[in-house]
Design a protein around this ligand. Structure first.
Ligand code: GP9
Ligand code: MN
Length: 405
């Protein structure tokens, strides 16, 4: 087993790309706010309904942030929790089940724990029962100091819908805890309103629903619009609390929103046929990184990546040592970055090809290519998932040797 770990470290060294030195420690000692945008897809940011943007606030935020528009959903069956696992570990989730459920006790080299060592206070806000996804067991192991779960929120019939507390009161009720918190903090907010089946109260419709044969597709857009408004509220509250100027914000879509069973109707809304190539493209989720003082350098970055690349990017921005972690992702801001993402279903995207279900496409044009054109990407994808799975199934981080990184 120790040998397996040596092989994995060797693989990671071969594929390693140096992080961008210009960005090293740019956010050192700042507060960090991570916002998991429930079921928000990149596609949603690009749409309008009757001339109204679906995400006016996010679109505004992008103007003075780093926006990554080619990030892919790498979650497995553990959905939101799988993405939390990736963002905090840069390991892939598993092909079956939620890692939080199946392997809560494995050794890890997680980001919050590293931040603890730098004096950070690490918390999660989420208005769902503490035991859901085994979070109460896993969070302390990730290095979170405190979980503000369901018990901390005042949930009534009036302020809840669908899965529970609506995102706007969720933000309102979280803020007093933030204002009381010792700094610097690393705070994760898990939003919830934009969850399947995308129900909203009439007063929370800021835009009209879409008009297709699928109520899911139709309701999805106003629900995303509501979450966008909740994010605006979060930013406003941070400004009012005087915390905005010293806080780095990371916002990401946790996974896809509209399942393939609704792609016929989604296709009619988007006015295109959704073939396997487009299906992969629709697996994109937004990633926005807002760093105070770097507004001038704002940029939309087209590099291909995914959830596992978030942690290495943050490790560099926060001025932490890359060598203390086993990470499968790489810095999204790296000069020499390789465009690469493997999805948990085995699909692979690079700057050149899209490989999915034994089909190969040109990444730019979407034209079908000979399968041979995708072999290299497909094999790389297989290796990544295989090695990461080995770590989790074999609890191999026990044998992690920092000297070798
Ligand atoms: C549950 C919430 C939603 O607490 O995170 O989970 P999902 O169904 O998206 O995995
Ligand atoms: Mn989710």
């Amino acid at each position: 087993e120790r040998e397996d770990m040596d092989n994995i470290q060797e693989h990671l060294q071969e594929t390693h790309v140096d992080p961008n030195a210009d960005f090293f420690a740019k956010a050192e000692d700042m507060n960090v706010v991570v916002v998991s945008l429930e079921s928000v897809e990149t596609m949603a940011l690009e749409q309008t309904i009757n001339g109204q943007e679906v995400t006016p606030f996010l679109n505004e935020l992008i103007e003075d942030s780093f926006y990554f528009n080619n990030m892919y959903d790498q979650a497995g069956q553990g959905k939101t929790s799988d993405t939390e696992f990736m963002v905090n570990n840069s390991l892939y989730p598993l092909g079956r089940g939620a890692v939080f459920h199946t392997h809560p006790e494995i050794e890890m080299t997680p980001l919050p724990r590293a931040l603890s060592e730098e004096g950070y206070y690490n918390v999660v806000f989420h208005a769902n029962s503490e035991t859901f996804y085994n979070r109460n067991e896993v969070y302390p192991r990730l290095g979170y100091d405190y979980y503000f779960g369901l018990d901390y929120f005042d949930v009534t019939d009036e302020n809840s819908v669908g899965w529970g507390l609506k995102d706007m009161p969720f933000i309102e009720q979280s803020m007093p805890h933030i204002e009381d918190m010792e700094q610097p903090f690393y705070a994760t907010f898990l939003t919830l309103t934009n969850h399947f089946p995308y129900e909203l109260d009439p007063e929370d419709y800021f835009i009209d629903p879409a008009e297709t044969e699928s109520d899911i597709v139709n309701r999805y857009f106003p629900a995303v619009r509501y979450t966008d408004e909740a994010v605006r509220l979060l930013f406003n509250r941070f400004e009012e609390a005087g915390l905005y100027e010293n806080t780095m914000f990371i916002l990401y879509g946790d996974h896809y929103g509209i399942a393939e069973s609704h792609y016929e109707e989604l296709g009619s809304f988007l006015d295109k046929e959704i073939d396997p190539y487009e299906t992969v493209k629709l697996d994109r989720v937004p990633l926005i990184i807002h760093i105070p003082g770097m507004e001038e350098e704002a940029e939309t970055i087209e590099t291909v990546g995914g959830h596992i690349d978030i942690m290495p990017t943050l490790v560099n921005l926060l001025g932490l040592s890359q060598d203390k972690h086993i990470m499968f992702g790489s810095d999204l801001l790296a000069e020499e970055r390789e465009d690469f993402a493997v999805l948990r279903n085995g699909s692979v995207v690079t700057d050149e090809v899209v490989y999915t279900g034994e089909l190969c496409y040109d990444a730019e044009s979407g034209e079908e290519l000979e399968l041979g054109e995708c072999v290299e990407a497909a094999e790389r994808g297989e290796d990544e998932l295989y090695y990461s799975d080995q770590i989790i199934y074999g609890d191999l981080m026990r044998f992690f040797n920092e000297e070798e990184m």
